[in-house]
Design a protein around this ligand. Structure first.
Ligand SMILES: [Zn+2]
Length: 235
């Protein structure tokens, strides 16, 4: 293989690794944000459960007060009963007492329902508390992991970039400039293999002359269709 082609291939391999690491590095803050988002959603859900439970409890207390005042009312009525002389009034007050007693039963039934709901919330809150705790630990571990990964990537990048710089200094400037132009315009690969008679970049079938030139290259050969530099690899 042409020496410059070999050099460019090594540079390309470094460039691809550098690009890959940069993409990986850019993803880390996004992944951290996703972990934080999940945690904050679960915490918010827990808060909302607590709020609902608090509301339920204050509603239940209102009912308790209502039942108490009803009971006080009945006591008052009973005292009045002892003082009533007329039978009609006595009967009327008994009816009144019965009505209030019925109300108490209704209020206490609702109180019971609220208490059951309160317990359901209690269970859900406990479950969510465990989930939040679990997520917090996972988020912490993930962040430590991300930090380590970022540091490793940074180290590798510094090393690769230094290598790349050295390789670039050793390469033919005009060939290197051609490679870099191609890389910028194609975005992925500037130098591609011939694969079963096709260009390894655009995958179009190469004319025999180009194939022949690529195989016996003494200069850089380009694909007619996409312009990428071709190299021959034994098939
Ligand atoms: Zn091509």
């Amino acid at each position: 293989m042409l020496a410059i082609l070999e050099q460019l291939l090594i540079i390309q391999e470094r460039d691809r690794r550098i690009a890959q690491l940069k993409t990986e590095k850019a993803r880390i803050p996004i992944e951290i944000a996703a972990v934080d988002h999940r945690l904050s959603e679960t915490s918010q859900h827990l808060d909302s459960l607590r709020q609902q439970q608090k509301h339920l409890e204050s509603e239940r207390k209102k009912l308790e007060i209502e039942a108490e005042s009803n009971r006080a009312q009945i006591l008052k009525y009973r005292i009045q009963l002892n003082q009533i002389k007329s039978n009609t009034e006595y009967q009327a007050l008994l009816k009144e007492i019965a009505k209030v007693e019925e109300k108490i039963v209704q209020v206490e039934d609702r109180e019971l329902e609220f208490m059951e709901q309160f317990e359901q919330f209690q269970a859900a809150i406990k479950e969510e508390q465990v989930a939040v705790k679990d997520l917090m630990a996972k988020a912490e571990a993930a962040k430590q992991d991300f930090k380590k990964r970022a540091a490793n990537i940074e180290r590798e990048l510094v090393q690769l970039q230094a290598e790349r710089e050295k390789l670039a200094q050793e390469a033919d400037p005009s060939a290197l400039a051609r490679y870099e132009r191609l890389l910028r315009s194609k975005g992925d690969m500037a130098i591609v293999p011939v694969q079963h008679g096709n260009c390894g970049g655009c995958h179009l079938h190469l004319p025999p002359q180009i194939m022949h030139n690529a195989k016996h290259a003494n200069t850089l050969i380009s694909c007619d269709f996409c312009g990428r530099v071709l190299y021959w690899q034994s098939e």
